[in-house]
Write a protein that binds this ligand. Structure first.
Ligand code: GLU
Length: 484
């Protein structure tokens, strides 16, 4: 293992947003590229949202994506626990350390006092944002009851500048006069985000912190905390947000944002990873990358500084390309659960399924589409209403019946002999293929579009082909006459 230690620190909310996945992905790629360590840490200080269930969704999403973690929940590690609510004693110890060294203080200000200060600030008409200046910062004596309800605040330096060289954004400088004495620990011992994050990144020996640039306002206060603790400051990489096509922050209103929704839509983890990697990072003009290529090629200096916009069409294109990269066996394996969703139980090595894959592969984009394209091989035909009306009509009944009779004599029941026999019959009877092909297709598949007719027949086999054609003929004969 190299020096690289990176982490993904989600706050579970019930689903894993694809923007968060991209952050995790870049860190993961960086860890894998450098034979480093990828850490997963659950930031669950918002106790209401962080249910066990929402934590499980995060872990399940990461597992589905194949973004495995070397340290964290379920796998353990030397720097645990990896869930913030289990680390309260560690935060308390660090807060004490800061109090002892004079970098933090107990603040007994009440809610009312803070509200009054805020009101006075608003009335003063100043344009500067409100920063609470606690009277306890410079008060040497504790109150009569030192155990009275209080928070622990950071004694932030107000002079000078805090700066860092961001791996993505370059040099950033923040005036310390704009920062406030932020709360480190609440009365109940829960850390606020900046403090929990610094203590964790420090004790987990994280070397590079990668996250969305919505966190850039937190970086200077975090650096001040590292400095107050006399600790080395990690590197930072802040990446632009993923935006909706209209430039707004990407949310449920614009697209499927929960990563497991893509699993349910029949996407491949590698396609999701490829698309998200390219949404904010580039390597020349290349669009399609395997997982291994991403690991080999990823670097922070090619992460763009402008936000990527989500493009559903491009995403689907990347998905389709990845689907086509799979072997027929892997497509069959991926399709089986989607067939099962429609109560079609087929084994992953079912010979009929394996035979159909090459025919549907060129056109299908997701596993759902593969499942839809092959389902009539495994269940009774469900007719497309328009196709049925048009092609299972009285005018075609006789042709369908005769076609079945012609096919009955063909041996072996395979594409070429079938095609040969049908063509000979059409010629003899001066019939055009047009009068037979679409009615037969609808009778066999229920649809007006399918792989080649003779291929479908071969895969269906003699018995099903004849039965479906004859049933189609009966339906056609019984159908009302119409003019189209
Ligand atoms: N829990 C924070 C979030 O989900 C983590 C931010 C960070 O990576 O420092 O936004």
């Amino acid at each position: 293992m190299s020096e690289v230690r990176v982490r993904f620190a989600p706050s579970p909310t019930g689903y894993l947003h694809i923007g968060g996945v991209r952050t995790a992905l870049y860190s993961w790629l960086w860890a894998r590229r450098n034979q480093g360590t990828f850490i997963m840490r659950i930031e669950d200080t918002d106790r209401q949202r962080s249910t066990d269930e929402s934590i499980q969704v995060v872990l399940e999403s990461m597992r589905w994506l194949g973004l495995d973690w070397d340290e964290g929940p379920e796998v353990g590690g030397d720097h645990g626990p990896y869930v913030q609510s289990e680390r309260l004693d560690i935060y308390a110890a660090y807060a004490e350390k800061l109090i002892e060294s004079g970098h933090a203080y107990r603040c007994y200000a009440t809610k009312e006092e803070i509200a009054a200060a805020r009101e006075a600030h608003q009335k003063s008409g100043t344009k500067d944002g409100f920063r609470f200046q606690s009277p306890w910062r410079d008060r040497p004596e504790p109150p009569a009851d030192p155990n009275a309800r209080h928070v622990i605040r950071f004694r932030a330096p107000h002079e000078g500048v805090t700066s860092w060289v961001d791996e993505v954004k370059g040099k950033i400088e923040i005036l310390n006069s704009t920062l406030q004495d932020s709360i480190l620990l609440r009365p109940d011992g829960m850390p606020l985000y900046n403090f929990g994050c610094v203590v964790d990144d420090l004790t987990m020996e994280v070397t590079l912190v990668a996250r969305g640039d919505d966190h850039m306002i937190n970086t200077a206060p975090q650096i001040q905390l590292y400095e107050a603790l006399g600790a080395a400051v990690p590197k930072f990489a802040h990446m632009p947000m993923v935006l909706a096509p209209n430039g707004e922050k990407l949310s449920k209103r614009h697209a499927a944002v929960g990563v497991l929704e893509y699993r349910d839509m029949g996407y491949l983890p590698d396609a999701v990873i490829n698309y998200l990697a390219r949404l904010g990072w580039s390597h020349g003009d290349q669009e399609i990358f395997t997982r291994q290529e991403l690991i080999e090629k990823f670097s922070w200096d090619r992460v763009g500084t402008t936000a990527g916009r989500y493009d559903a069409k491009k995403f689907l294109h990347v998905q389709a390309e990845h689907l086509r990269m799979l072997s027929d066996e892997d497509i069959a394996r991926g399709t089986v659960p989607f067939l099962a969703r429609n109560d079609i139980d087929v084994a992953v090595d079912d010979p009929v399924l394996l035979k159909t894959i090459p025919y549907v592969k060129p056109r299908a984009e997701t596993f759902i589409e593969v499942a839809e394209a092959v389902d009539y091989f495994f269940r009774n035909v469900e007719f497309d209403a328009k196709g049925k009306r048009k092609f299972l009509a009285p005018a075609y009944a006789n042709n369908l019946r005769r076609l079945a009779d012609v096919l009955e004599a063909v041996e072996p029941f395979a594409k070429e002999p079938l095609e040969h026999a049908v063509k000979a019959w059409l010629e003899e009877n001066e019939l055009s293929m047009k009068l037979v092909a679409q009615p037969a297709r609808v009778a066999l598949t229920g649809r007006t579009k399918s792989p080649g007719l003779f291929e479908v027949m071969e895969v269906l086999g003699k018995e099903k082909t004849l039965t479906r054609l004859r049933t189609g003929a009966e339906i056609a004969a019984a159908a009302p006459m119409h003019s189209d």
